[in-house]
Design a binder for this molecule. Structure first.
Ligand SMILES: [Zn+2]
Length: 345
C-alpha cells in the first residue's frame, strides 16, 4: 500500500531528523495506519538511494528485498498466528494444513534477535526490527527485549507498534521514544476511502469507529461474503432455488452481481477448455467439477447473455425478474436430460 496521505507530514518530520531514535514506539488505536507508517519508515531507513526528503526509492535492491519479505537487515517479530501468510485471512478453511498459532510473542522469538543485533549489517549499515503488536509480547519476551535494549544495540533501530501502550511494561515504554498517532480528520478519511473504491464511505467509516483501514478491511471482507452468497448456491445447479436466490439478491447492486457471474462463467469455460482458473481460486474443485459436466455450447451462449445483460445492468427494469431469468438459464446449462450428466466428481 502507498503512504497514507494523513501521515505525510509525520513521515517527513521523522525522516528529516538527523538522529533517528534507537527505539521508537508507534502508539495509537487500531486501523489508523500505524503498520503502513512503519513500513514506509523502515523502507526509507534501509533504502540505498532515498529520494528527497528521504523517502524510499522503491527500486533499489534493498527496496526490492523488503517487498519480497527477504531483506537480510530487517526482522519482523509478530505473534506466530499473524506472521503465517501475509494477512490473507479468510482462506484458512481452504488450507486444511494451516495450524492456528499463538496470539503471543514468545521469549524465544525475541531471544533470536540477539544474533541479528550483534552481527554487522549486510547492506547499507543500518538494521531494523519491527515488533508488532508490542503488547503481544508475554512477560518473558518483554524481559528479553529489555536486556537487548539495555545494551546499546549499535546500528539497529527498534520499532515497536502498539494498539494498547498501557499494556506494555513501563520499563519498555521508558526505553522508547514515543510517537502518538491519530486517526485522520473525517473529510480526509472519507476522501481516502473513496479513492480505494469503498461504497458509502461515510457509513463504513462510522461503523469502523473512525479507523479508515479497518473500514477498508471490513468493506473488502463484506464484499467476499456477498459474493459467496451468490457463488455458493451456483456450485449446485441441480438443486438451485432459482426464485429464492433471485429474491435474496435482488437488492444487490446489479453491475457487481453480473460481473461476479461473468467471472464465474469465465472460470468454468477456462477450466473446461484450458484447465486454468483465473478468478475464483478458492473454489477450484467445484469449478472443475461443473466445467467437466457442463454443456459447453450452452455455457458459451450464457457468457454472451451475461455480456448483453451487463450492458443494461446499471438500470434494470426489474432486478428480481432479471435474476430469475439468469439463474434459470444457468441451471439449464447442466440440465441436459436424464442420465447424460457426467457426475464423476
Ligand atoms: Zn530504495
Amino acid at each position: 500500500m502507498d503512504d497514507l496521505p494523513w501521515q505525510h507530514d509525520a513521515l517527513d518530520t521523522m525522516l528529516g531528523r538527523a538522529d533517528l531514535p534507537q527505539a521508537l514506539l508507534l502508539a495509537g488505536s487500531k486501523g489508523i495506519g500505524k503498520r503502513t507508517f512503519a513500513a514506509a519508515l523502515i523502507a526509507a531507513m534501509l533504502c540505498e538511494s532515498p529520494r528527497p526528503p528521504g523517502r524510499a526509492c522503491g527500486a533499489c535492491p534493498s527496496c526490492e528485498w523488503l517487498r519480497a519479505g527477504s531483506h537480510p537487515d530487517f526482522r519482523l517479530v509478530s505473534p506466530q498466528s499473524e506472521s503465517e501468510g501475509d494477512g490473507s485471512k479468510g482462506t484458512d478453511e481452504t488450507r486444511p494444513g494451516t495450524r492456528k498459532g499463538s496470539h503471543q510473542i514468545a521469549a524465544e522469538q525475541v531471544r533470536m534477535l540477539a544474533d541479528f543485533v550483534n552481527l554487522s549489517a549486510h547492506r547499507a549499515g543500518r538494521k531494523v526490527v519491527l515488533i508488532s503488536p508490542a503488547e503481544a509480547m508475554n512477560s518473558f519476551a518483554a524481559n528479553s527485549l529489555l536486556k537487548i535494549l539495555e545494551e546499546p544495540p549499535g546500528e539497529t533501530t527498534f520499532l515497536l507498534l502498539t494498539h494498547q501502550s498501557q499494556r506494555l511494561l513501563p520499563t519498555i515504554r521508558s526505553r522508547c521514544q514515543r510517537l502518538d498517532m491519530a486517526a485522520p480528520p473525517h473529510a480526509q478519511a472519507i476522501a481516502w476511502l473513496e479513492s480505494q473504491g469503498v461504497a458509502d464511505a461515510s457509513a463504513a467509516l462510522a461503523y469502523a469507529g473512525g479507523a479508515p483501514l479497518e473500514a477498508l478491511d471490513a468493506f473488502r471482507g463484506n464484499e467476499r461474503s456477498r459474493r459467496s452468497s451468490l457463488l455458493t448456491p451456483l456450485c449446485e445447479p441441480a438443486t438451485l432455488d432459482v426464485l429464492g436466490l433471485a429474491e435474496t439478491l435482488a437488492k444487490e447492486e446489479m453491475p457487481s452481481l453480473v460481473s461476479w457471474l461473468q467471472k464465474w462463467v469465465y472460470d468454468l469455460i477456462a477450466s473446461r477448455l484450458a484447465r486454468r482458473i483465473r478468478y475464483n481460486v478458492a473454489l477450484i474443485p467445484a469449478i472443475e467439477r461443473l466445467g467437466r459436466a457442463a454443456d459447453i455450447s450452452r455455457l458459451l451462449a450464457y457468457q454472451r447473455t451475461l455480456a448483453e445483460t451487463q450492458a443494461v445492468a446499471g438500470h434494470p427494469l426489474n432486478a428480481q425478474l432479471l435474476l430469475e431469468r439468469l439463474f434459470f438459464d444457468y441451471a439449464e446449462i447442466w440440465n441436459v436430460g436424464e442420465g447424460e450428466i457426467d457426475g464423476r466428481a
